[in-house]
Structure formats: structure tokens, C-alpha cells
Design a binder for this molecule. Structure first.
Ligand SMILES: Cc1cc2nc3c(=O)[nH]c(=O)nc-3n(C[C@H](O)[C@H](O)[C@H](O)COP(=O)(O)OP(=O)(O)OC[C@H]3O[C@@H](n4cnc5c(N)ncnc54)[C@H](O)[C@@H]3O)c2cc1C
Length: 507
């Protein structure tokens, strides 16, 4: 067993002794925020081997918008983000049909009045945060890679009647360590051990740490990623090559719902980096039945006759693709408990020291998780960190006041975010072509009505989401108000029509 450095250095300072479980965007951002606030002795446990560890099926692109940039601005790293990402000033998409024809469209997803958002692969963004730790905060933050949090216990305080935390971690080679943090931060994603432990501790009194799941048309979709070489040829003649900063939708020759598919590629800055082609289809699609590389080649060659498949999909990649499990989009979900306080008794009673509070706080996918339709996974996680920062500022870093404030400031937005994830853009994967068309009509109608009567009609919700000055609650209220007005107008039109028919019949 390793020596517990946290226990050894334990003091009564409120800004010390933090353990963060999960070194994804939320975990590293929280560590940086706390370090910038003057906290020390911050340890991050991350089960992956490195910050930029490459997992093909997690190699998706983030779009860091104004909401996420509130955090990068706070930390002063927005310039670095801009250097390594692709600005989304206008969204152009090149569609490549099965007959080889190519057409580039400008899609109306960008609001020129909003801050420019930036495309960046997940691992490049996590690496950016980690490099910031290495460069400026090494004395305050320690990131332990290859280290998994395996157990969290409540134990009796040594010289008081309260409880304290004991967190057990294990490295890949089996070394076990124990920590006794004063503040435990759960940033360990959808299957969070921190949240699940709180659920167990709290289950007799509430279901605050139970994820509540909601239906969404995109949540049953399966996904896998096909890695394509940088600048791969876009046709069999090899004349045209993919440009890294361009988005592509490569359409298949198949038309039937069980075989038709698209390869979706989003922009990246680095021209030497592999391109991730996202494949997102219903669970009954033929692509999920491919068992080996030969079947993968056969299927892709028939599906995409416009591409030199053998040239752009290596045998290793075909085999990896066949054996990969991929994943399912999760249903939109949230939990209502964002913090937990242990029963405690002040060690130095009467000295006005608030630091004896032992607390747990949750951020990111640990408290809200949803399919990637609205591109808010990382932005909402970074906004959580900003809200926690605000709550700490208002409480002079005393966690006994800051953690409940964080929950009360953030929870209504978390709920609204999950509702937006359900309604804003779930039909974009063409999983039900008729519903997708209806959704397109609905979106176009809202755009047009908003242009004509902006005081009465709001733009579609997925468009409003990019307005980082609006909270998720405000966006939801605007979208729902437009829906209500559309329903009322619809009712008036139908009633008028029925009244005219009735009058005609009477005549
Ligand atoms: C297919 C797919 C596509 C997506 N596309 C987008 C997108 O386009 N845009 C977007 O904004 N978001 C997208 N998301 C969501 C996005 O990835 C998350 O919302 C975002 O990463 C949240 O960050 P996080 O730090 O809260 O959680 P995560 O990124 O999940 O990080 C959690 C970290 O905790 C670590 N961990 C977990 N358990 C333990 C443990 N017991 N001990 C130690 N470490 C642990 C994990 O290794 C991981 O590094 C997508 C998600 C999926 C699945």
C-alpha cells in the first residue's frame, strides 16, 4: 500500500486536500479552476494511460462554443484553443453521393452574431488542459494516470464525532493507495463510481443520486468510428483529396433502411491526423453484424463505390472496426443531487474554522448525460466548472456554503439542458426519414417566423443553444413559448377550416 500523502499533509485549511475522480474535460478543468483560486494539494485520478490516449470510438470532435469559452477565458487559454482548432465561422458540408458527384452546402447552423465556436478533437482538448497543468500548476495539481478509483468509504473521524472520506485507488499494476480528501469531486462520467456511492449512502432517505432517464429519438442509436488516413482520396481516380478543415457526408449506394448509411466527418486542424468517420445507425442495421475484416471490406465496397475503400481502410482498421463494440447513445438523463456533505463536527470548535466540512461535489457527465445531438456535452461540463467557481467565490471558498449554492445555482439549468437534449435536434441522423423531413419543416418554419416577427417567435432551440449569454432555462422557455404559439395558431387555422366546411355543408 502506498503512503497516503493527503493524510500525511492534512491541515485545517479550506483550500487544501482535494481529490478529483476522472481526468476528462470536467475533471481537469475543475483542477485548474481550483488551482487558480489558490487551492493546493489537488490530485486527479484518471484510469486512462495518458491525457491524449487514443480510443478510436471516443475520437469525436468537440465544438467549444461561447459557453465553453467562459472557462477557457477564465483560465486565459482561449488563444491556445484557437491555435489548435478550426473556427466554425460558417458551416460548409461537402456531400459525396454514391455516383461520385460532390456538392458543397452552407448549413444554417452558425449564428454570426455569436462568439465563434471551435472544432477540436476530444483528445486534443484534454491534452490542452493537461499541458496547462504541466506548464503552470504542477506544484498544486498532480494527475495520476493509469489509476482507477475503486472504492469510496465513510470512516469515523479520528479526533471528532464526525465522518471523513476514504477513497481507494488502484493502478494498472495493482498498487493500491488511500486518500482522505476534504473535498471529493466526481468527474468520472456516466458510470460514475462517486455518484453511485452517494446513491448507496443516500438511498434510505432520497433518490437524489439516481439518474433519471428520459426518452429521445436518438438515444437508441448505435455508433462506431472508422479511422481514415489524413487527406484520403475522395474518388477512385485519386484526383481529389479530403481537406482536414472541411466536413464531409459520404452517402452510400444502398437505399433500404437496414443498409443505407453515411460516413460523417467533422473538421480538424492538424492535416496529419487521422480522420474519424462517424457511423450512426439503428441497432438493426447490417453494419453491426460484420464479424471480420473481409465482411467489412465487402460491405464498404458495395456501400461506397465512389471511394477507393482498400486504399483508405487499412486491414488493421477493418479488423479493429469489426471487433469493436462501438457504443449506444445514452438516453438524456440527470440526477438532482449535485453535492453531498458528510456528518461532521468541527475539530477546532469556537475558532470559526469552516474547513472541517467534508464534502462531495459532482460535475459534467456524472450529473447530466445525453446523445451528442446538441454538442453541449463538453460545453455544459465547462459551464458547471464556472458555476462551481462562482459558488466558491460567493462563499470565500468555504465548501459548506459553496456546495449547496452550486447545486441551487445549477440544478434548474441541468434539468432544462436534458429537456433541450430531448427536443432540440434528435432527428438529425435520418433514423426515420419522414420524421426527419417533418423536423426540417418545423425548423424552417421557426427560422422564417423568427425573421418576420422576432419579438414573437424564437429561432429553433438548437440555434439558440449557441447563445452562451442565455441559460439553458431561458433557451427552453423561449423554445416552448414558440411551440405554444404555433399550437394556438394551428388550432385557430383548423377551427377556421372546420367552421368553413360546416358552413358550406349547411348551405
Ligand atoms: C459518441 C459520443 C459522441 C459525443 N460527441 C460529443 C460532441 O460532439 N460534443 C460534445 O460536447 N460532447 C460530445 N459527447 C459527450 C462528451 O464526451 C461528454 O459530455 C464530455 O466528455 C463530458 O466530460 P466529462 O469530463 O464530464 O466526462 P468524460 O469525458 O466521460 O470523462 C470522464 C473521465 O473519467 C475517467 N474515469 C471514469 N471512471 C473512473 C474511475 N473509476 N477512476 C478514474 N478515472 C475514471 C474516464 O477515463 C474519463 O477520462 C459525446 C459522447 C459520445 C459518447
Amino acid at each position: 500500500m502506498l503512503t497516503d500523502t493527503h493524510a500525511a499533509e492534512k491541515t485545517n485549511h479550506s483550500r487544501q486536500n482535494v481529490l478529483i475522480v476522472g481526468g476528462g474535460p470536467a475533471g481537469l478543468a475543475t483542477a485548474l479552476m481550483l488551482a487558480k483560486r489558490g487551492w493546493t494539494n489537488i490530485t486527479v485520478l484518471e484510469k486512462r494511460a495518458t491525457a491524449d490516449y487514443y480510443e478510436p470510438d471516443k475520437s469525436f470532435n468537440y465544438l467549444i462554443d461561447g459557453r465553453g469559452q467562459k472557462f477557457t477565458d477564465f483560465l486565459g487559454i482561449t488563444d491556445k484553443l484557437i491555435e489548435i482548432s478550426v473556427p466554425n465561422k460558417e458551416f460548409y458540408l461537402t456531400e459525396i453521393k454514391a455516383n461520385g458527384s460532390k456538392k458543397t452546402f452552407k448549413l444554417p447552423f452558425v449564428d454570426p452574431k455569436q462568439k465563434t465556436a471551435y472544432w477540436i478533437p476530444r483528445r486534443a482538448f484534454v491534452l490542452l488542459l493537461y499541458q496547462e497543468i504541466e506548464r503552470n500548476w504542477q506544484d498544486k495539481i498532480t494527475v495520476l494516470f493509469n489509476t482507477t478509483c475503486v472504492e469510496i468509504n465513510k470512516i469515523a473521524q479520528e479526533h471528532a464525532e464526525g465522518e471523513q472520506l476514504e477513497v481507494v485507488s488502484q493502478t494498472q499494476n495493482g498498487r493500491v493507495a488511500k486518500f482522505e480528501p476534504q473535498l471529493l469531486v466526481g468527474c468520472d462520467g456516466i458510470y460514475s463510481i462517486v455518484r453511485n456511492t452517494l446513491k448507496e449512502w443516500d438511498k434510505s432517505t432520497s433518490d437524489r443520486f439516481e439518474m433519471k432517464c428520459f426518452p429521445s429519438p436518438s438515444s437508441k442509436l448505435r455508433y462506431k468510428v472508422l479511422s481514415l488516413p489524413p487527406n484520403f482520396p475522395l474518388d477512385n481516380s485519386g484526383e481529389e483529396h479530403a481537406v482536414c478543415t472541411m466536413s464531409y457526408a459520404v452517402r452510400s449506394a444502398f437505399r433500404d433502411s437496414r443498409r443505407t448509411l453515411s460516413l460523417g466527418l467533422l473538421p480538424i486542424k492538424n492535416p496529419d491526423e487521422f480522420r474519424s468517420a462517424n457511423i450512426i445507425r439503428l441497432p438493426n442495421h447490417e453494419i453491426w453484424k460484420l464479424k471480420n475484416s473481409e465482411q467489412v471490406y465487402n460491405f464498404l465496397e458495395q456501400a461506397f463505390p465512389q471511394l477507393p475503400i482498400h486504399q483508405i481502410v487499412s486491414p488493421e482498421e477493418a479488423a479493429r472496426f469489426a471487433s469493436s463494440e462501438g457504443g449506444y447513445f445514452p438516453p438524456p438523463q440527470y440526477c438532482s443531487g449535485l453535492h453531498f456533505e458528510l456528518r461532521h463536527k468541527q475539530v477546532n470548535q469556537g475558532m470559526g474554522d469552516p474547513s472541517s466540512t467534508v464534502g462531495v461535489v459532482l460535475l459534467g457527465d456524472t450529473i447530466h448525460c445525453f446523445p451528442p445531438d446538441i454538442g453541449q456535452g463538453v460545453n455544459s461540463a465547462l459551464e458547471d466548472v464556472c458555476v462551481l467557481n462562482e459558488a466558491l467565490s460567493k462563499n470565500d471558498d468555504d465548501i459548506s456554503g459553496a456546495l449547496p449554492l452550486y447545486e441551487s445555482l445549477r440544478f434548474a439549468d441541468v434539468k432544462a439542458l436534458i429537456r433541450l437534449a430531448q427536443i432540440a435536434f434528435p432527428w438529425q441522423y435520418n433514423q426515420a426519414p419522414l420524421r426527419t423531413k417533418l423536423w426540417n419543416v418545423n425548423t424552417l418554419l421557426r427560422f422564417l417566423l423568427n425573421r418576420l416577427l422576432p419579438q414573437i417567435f424564437s429561432p429553433p432551440a438548437f440555434f439558440l443553444i449557441r447563445n452562451y449569454q442565455l441559460s439553458y432555462q431561458e433557451i427552453l422557455v423561449k423554445a416552448q413559448r414558440t411551440t405554444q404559439i404555433l399550437y394556438i395558431l394551428g388550432l385557430i387555422v383548423i377551427s377556421g377550416f372546420l367552421a368553413s366546411v360546416f358552413r358550406l355543408v349547411q348551405i
